[in-house]
Design a protein around this ligand. Sequence first.
Ligand code: 6GU
Length: 224
Amino acid sequence: MRIDIITVLPELIKSPFEHSILKRASEKGLVEVNLIDLRSYGIGKHKQVDDYAFGGGAGMVMMIEPIANCINELKNKRTYDEIIYMTPDGETLNQKICNQLSLKKNLMVLCGHYKGVDQRLRDHFITKEISIGDYVLSGGEIAAAAMCDAIIRLIPGVLNDETSALTDSFQDNLLAPPVYTRPAEYNGWGIPEILLSGHGENIEKWRYEQSVERTKKRRPDLLK
Ligand code: 6GU
């Protein structure tokens, strides 16, 4: 998979892709993440990328030209499965969307800033608008990083058996069960006896029940 991320702050979003699982995914050649500095498409001597909103009001709007030039240049090189705009008024990201996006070949991600981008970009270039939850971030970069992390770890071959996505919360609309590691007793606090039983089948059953219990209590909406 190739992911091209258009941003005015490439430095802000760089680090998450240089560590741990995402780093290993690109080292293995399973994903290539490219950060494109929108500033280099800016207009004039000052490489302007934003301007005042028509009709007035506080806050700048990201201009159509730099972004359109950038998107067109990328589109001339390859076909994109989705051109995603990160915005708090987009569709709320969930595991199902991540699963779908993890099967794509080429993704383009546009990070918004200020009061957002000129609506005409959304009307004519963007194929998908994504939010990562009902709260407002200063820009789309951290949201893009979160979304890309969630997608990349689902690409076949990225996770090994130990880190398998199959037992993640949400993968089957259930939250993950509680987990424990050594020591079996700390400060008088023990662990569920069954986990020491060595009986694989019973342990799986217990974990499933715990998942269902936890989901009922914390996220009953997932069970509907
Ligand atoms: Cl995608 N962008 C911004 N600026 N804020 C957000 C968001 C995105 N998702 C949730 N809040």
